[in-house]
Design a binder for this molecule. Structure first.
Ligand SMILES: [Zn+2]
Length: 139
């Protein structure tokens, strides 16, 4: 078989690619990095074994999951994809806190606007943009 028809795995492993190559359907030669990460993290023989142990119709999804985890594990060797999930959860929490603060501020403004004894507009200007309430003598 000619070199250009080898899949990314067989190219990387410098071996011949056969018609029933386990890797060929999931690791095309056009994306050599995908297999390089998978090999670095899991090892080619382990991945080959994993793919052969599951039904053929599930191999595509498994290969994608393995490739995804390998990619994130290379980016973050300690936490892998869990690190991404954790970072996103932190960002969601921070954004939810900001939203709650903003909604509370809006509620305060709305209450003041409806109150007949509401302080003058200048009082509202003491809120800085960063969620810090500045004293009235703040420059
Ligand atoms: Zn191959």
């Amino acid at each position: 078989m000619a070199n250009y028809t080898r899949c990314a795995a067989c190219r990387y492993l410098r071996r011949r690619c056969c018609e029933d190559c386990t890797f060929a359907p999931f690791f095309p030669a056009t994306n050599p990095t995908r297999f390089a990460y998978v090999h670095r993290v899991f090892g080619a023989s382990n991945v080959s074994r994993m793919l052969q142990q599951i039904p053929e119709e599930q191999r595509r999804e498994a290969a994608d999951a393995i490739a995804s985890e390998a990619f994130w594990r290379v980016q973050d060797p300690v936490y892998g994809s869990a690190g991404v999930v954790s970072a996103l959860q932190t960002a969601i929490s921070r954004t939810q806190r900001e939203l709650a603060e903003t909604q509370a501020r809006v509620a305060v403004y709305a209450a003041r606007a409806q109150s007949a004894t509401a302080p003058a507009f200048a009082d509202e200007e003491r809120w800085s943009g960063a969620g810090v309430y500045l004293p009235s003598n703040h420059p």
